[in-house]
Write a new protein. Sequence first.
Length: 97
Amino acid sequence: MLRKEDVIEALKKCYDPEIPVNVYDLGLIYKLDIVGDNVSIVMTLTSPFCPIIDPLLDQIKEEIKKIGAEKVDIDLTFDPPWNKDMMSEEAREELGL
């Protein structure tokens, strides 16, 4: 059985290539559901014009499957749009904000 804490740690291994902060601390993850070995994520990107959407989503799925997920579904949304206020305190400190 997957634990939410383990999925979050896996997400923290995935970085936005334009901002040196992981997707979780950036505040890109809006919703995280775990049912058995299946993970569903609702997330956003810093920009709807992100040129590396597919590689980033593939990396997220790969990292979560490494910890035992059988299926990982990711739904992208841009509502609400991402902004700097969504970042964790750690991310803000890391970026000097």
